[in-house]
Write a protein that binds this ligand. Structure first.
Ligand code: SF4
Ligand code: FE
Length: 488
């Protein structure tokens, strides 16, 4: 099969039989639901752009299994150039959607598993790597979107998985048969889960022997029996219900076409056949899988530089609409936003450029630099958003609704009193303010701000990794040598 285009991707989702809940109701047709469809559109962009002649270099790659051209989201990185192209792809798609386009988690899970299944085999001759390659060939051949499911609910954070009063706080093996395993538990905050064909489960923390039933990795079709999706709410989400999103003119949403979403994914005694199990009780490899996935996904946050491009463009536009773009403090704020945004991009490029070949042949990013990059992501988008709100002015949050704007009795007053620079339509000013609102405090702020904070691990997780990865002994030696310290 060839790579899918956006229409084929949408059609493929319609064939899935997902169990999805939103607002207490089961959603029979997620693809057309006005609150879900923008997130489906964002994933569809990863298919659309792979067909685009000018984007093909960064959006596609050559499969090391078949030699065929595949979507980069299904690719196992074969070089530093592949890693850098992954960074470019993230920024590119972030800048064309203004939101989380969701497909990176599956790509990062596939790459992490390509390393760790090889390592488990090297120690135990388990055959996981062969299984994984067969699964990868299936994903590549069908151009599938995978959800990379890592975060368990975790219950009492002071207790290990096996110590939890409720054993399901971490996803675990319930029983085992000659055909496969039965699993129970949940994965929280699952980005793009209902837009995925597959779900790839991984452990969420390093495990000890007592937690071996929790040291699990496997893949399932997203509509496997026993999986339920409960969609998360987002700030301002019901604005998407205010009219028909299939006609993308919802001014109050700010970004009518695109959005992200997350879900709680429940696995209620789900059967996994052995050929889809990639780790089962090899607890000493759980930490390695977490670390590899986290490093890849911390690199993936180049997406935020792409969303930052949109926000900076919006801030410059509103400054021009308001007639203040030449004020020195506005120019300086725009420079600061660009400086911070490009620093985010530098982090993602540098961990890719310093990437190395693993024993399995997969190229992996530099762990220290990936963690430094993500630590910046937990901070800089907040400052960029603050500056955008500063430049936008208070109207961003006091603007009446689009319905009022289109009502003749009061719309004429809005038209008159919300007019700014001569030659700029009031409606355009309205639209750009709503986009800034969307990115800094609406549905897209989930992805641009809170996800920047907590996605791919909260800030403290990166600080722990930074402290582990830096060569402190080497640094001390350098200092002592220069000032001629001699110690016994
Ligand atoms: Fe990809 Fe960024 Fe969304 Fe993570 S937050 S899935 S890296 S777009
Ligand atoms: Fe994320």
């Amino acid at each position: 099969m060839k790579m899918m285009n956006a229409e084929q991707y949408e059609a493929s989702l319609r064939k899935l039989n997902l169990v999805v809940y939103l607002f207490g109701e089961k959603i029979d047709n997620p693809v057309d639901h006005p609150m879900i469809r923008p997130s489906m559109n964002a994933v569809a962009k990863t298919y659309e752009m792979a067909q685009h002649p000018r984007a093909r270099d960064i959006m596609t790659a050559t499969s090391h299994l078949t030699g065929k051209t595949i979507n980069r989201f299904c690719h196992i990185h074969q070089s530093v150039e592949d890693l850098i192209n992954k960074t470019r792809m993230g920024r590119f798609l972030g800048s064309h959607t203004g939101c989380c386009f969701q497909r990176c988690v599956g790509m990062d899970a596939l790459n992490a598993l390509s390393i760790v299944t090889w390592e488990i085999d090297a120690k135990y001759q388990t055959g996981y790597y062969e299984r994984f390659l067969k699964y990868l060939a299936y994903v590549q051949e069908n151009d599938l979107t995978c959800d990379g499911a890592m975060t368990d609910p975790k219950g009492d954070r002071s207790l290990a998985p096996h110590q939890q009063p409720d054993p399901d706080m971490y996803l675990h093996v319930v029983s085992e048969t000659s055909d496969g395993i039965i699993v129970r538990g949940a994965k929280a905050h699952q980005t793009g889960a209902v837009n995925a064909h597959e779900v790839i489960v991984m452990p969420t923390i390093a495990m000890r022997a007592a937690d071996k039933d929790y040291a699990l990795s496997f893949a399932l079709p997203s509509d496997a029996k026993g999986i339920t999706y409960i969609l998360g709410r987002q700030s301002c989400d019901t604005r998407k219900l205010e009219s028909d999103l299939l006609k993308p003119d919802l001014m109050d949403t700010g970004n009518p076409m695109y959005g992200g979403h997350e879900a709680l994914v429940v696995f209620d005694d789900v059967f996994v056949p052995w050929d889809r199990v990639f780790m089962c009780r090899e607890h000493e490899f759980a930490g390695m899988l977490v670390e590899k996935f986290a490093s890849y996904h911390r690199q993936s946050y180049a997406c935020k530089a792409g969303v930052g491009d949109v926000l900076i463009g919006a801030a410059q536009t509103i400054a021009e609409y308001n007639g203040v773009e030449k004020a020195s403090h506005i120019k300086d704020k725009i420079i600061e936003m660009n400086h911070l945004n490009e620093t985010l991009y530098c982090g993602s490029v540098s961990c890719a450029a310093e990437g190395r070949r693993e024993a399995s042949g997969t190229y992996c990013v530099d762990t220290l630099l990936a963690n430094v990059a993500k630590q910046n992501v937990t901070r800089f988008p907040y400052e960029i958003a603050r500056l955008a709100q500063d430049i936008a002015g208070g109207l961003m949050v006091t603007l009446p609704s689009a319905a009022d704007f289109k009502t003749p009795e009061v719309g004429k007053w809005m038209e008159k009193y919300y007019k700014a620079r001569q030659g700029v339509s009031t409606e355009n000013r309205f639209r750009i303010l709503r986009l800034i609102e969307n990115l800094t405090m609406g549905t897209a702020a989930v992805g641009y701000l809170t996800e920047s904070m907590h996605g791919a691990g909260s800030p403290q997780a990166q600080r722990i990794m930074i402290s582990r990865q830096v060569n402190m002994t080497g640094k001390k030696m350098l200092a002592k040598k220069l000032c001629c310290i001699q110690e016994n």
